[in-house]
Ligand binder design. Structure first.
Ligand code: ATP
Ligand code: MG
Length: 371
């Protein structure tokens, strides 16, 4: 039996020898820090074997074990160490291979997480990469849709502005040259010129509003407004249009709680919805504007008898410059009304949506209630 004191001495020398090897190993690992994990694992394996061997050599040098024991222990330690080194190499290679499949997946056009089982850290990295790619793809899609609609807007608006301008010029020239002389035609021309100028003014005004919304420059001056007043105002503003078209327009408020909104801006958004509803409803049809409080929100719905919007168009009606087939006629709208309505509602932290229902479609504006 070896005395305890001697055992302490052995432990002390073995520790010192191992620390010396560890210091060298750390230096080597530092120098190799940019190299493959496999290489670094081999260094760790070799350092473990060397630490043990150096301990044995030191205590045999101090003659704490005899030559025979030393040879036996060294043989055992070296063969076990070589096996451990082999395991390190295998582990290193597996890590390198897993990493390579991940790198290949990242290099592919569309990232798909590798199907094989990855070590926990790499699996987490793979999940994060997948989420990041999804976010990137979604934002790329949004950007492209925005770019397309912007391009379409420029094309359509320049067409929409140019056509009435050409008409205005022709009428003005005819009046100037006195090509039209009879009183009736002259009066008709003046009337048309006024109508076209009003339409162009509205369009330019809409464009200005939209650019303010997109630039985030819409400044809301909120005040407490009754839901009933908002609905009444929207209905009153479109009454003349409804009468001229023979559409029955009806407003109703079931519960008139106040909302904290910019009455001017929100009124504009609702007016756009109501005007659309009247425009797309055949004469003798009905348009209903309803204000109510449901699910802790104020809601204004505008239901019409347009016959439904094609399913494919539903998600696009709020896009800038989107106009349904029927609306792409000279004299039709510019496709700005709903984009403006959405911008204004979202600036109020509200939501806007549309669905086909009954004889037509139903636009719905949801706003947070005043706290
Ligand atoms: N109430 C509705 N019923 C049926 N279709 C609608 C209705 N409201 C909007 N749409 C469709 O959505 C498109 C976009 O509407 P939006 O108000 O943005 O543009 P617009 O009315 O064509 O032009 P603008 O409002 O700029 O004068 C319309 O062209 C139409 O096809
Ligand atoms: Mg419109």
């Amino acid at each position: 039996m070896i005395p305890f004191d001697a055992l302490l001495v052995v432990a002390l020398y073995a520790t010192l020898a191992a620390l010396a090897v560890a210091a060298v190993a750390l230096g080597v690992l530092y120098a190799l820090r940019g190299r493959s994990v496999a290489t670094q694992l081999i260094v760790v394996g070799a350092a473990t074997v060397l630490a043990t061997v150096s301990g044995i050599l030191v205590i045999s040098f101090l003659m704490l074990i005899n030559d025979h024991d030393r040879s036996v222990v060294l043989a055992v330690v070296i063969s076990a160490g070589l096996v451990a080194l082999g395991v390190s190499v295998l582990l290193g290679r597996r890590l390198v291979a897993a990493n390579r499949t991940l790198v290949e997946a990242v290099r592919a056009d569309r990232f798909r997480p590798p199907s094989g089982r990855l070590p926990a850290e790499l699996a987490e990295l793979s999940r994060e990469l997948e989420a990041a790619y999804d976010r990137l793809a979604a934002s790329h899609e949004r950007e492209q849709a925005l770019e397309t609609s912007r391009r379409e807007l420029v094309a359509w608006v320049s067409h929409d502005l140019r056509t009435p301008l050409a008409g205005l010029r022709a009428m003005a020239e005819a009046l100037e040259d006195e090509v039209v002389a009879d009183q009736d035609t002259v009066q008709r021309y003046h009337g048309r010129i006024r109508v076209e100028v009003e339409r162009l003014t509205e369009m330019v005004d809409d464009l200005f509003e939209l650019s303010r919304i997109h630039a985030g420059a819409l400044r809301l001056s909120r005040q407490r407004v009754g839901l009933a007043d908002l609905v009444a105002e929207a209905v009153a503003g479109a009454e003349a249009l409804a009468r001229a078209k023979g559409v029955r327009l009806h407003g109703d408020v079931r519960e008139g709680l106040p909302v904290q909104v910019d009455a001017g801006e929100l009124g504009r958004a609702l007016r756009n919805l109501v005007v659309n509803a009247i425009r797309h409803t055949p004469s003798d049809g009905a348009v209903e504007v309803i204000g109510e409080v449901r699910g802790g929100e104020a809601r204004v719905t505008v239901a019409d008898a347009c016959g439904g919007i094609p399913e494919d168009d539903l998600p696009r009606v709020f896009d800038v410059a989107f106009r349904g087939e029927a609306a792409r006629t000279p004299g039709g709208g510019a496709g700005l009304g709903l984009a403006i309505a959405r911008g204004i509602v979202e600036a109020h932290a509200g939501e806007i949506g549309v669905a086909n229902e009954g004889l037509g479609c139903r636009f719905e504006v949801r706003l947070p209630l005043t706290v």
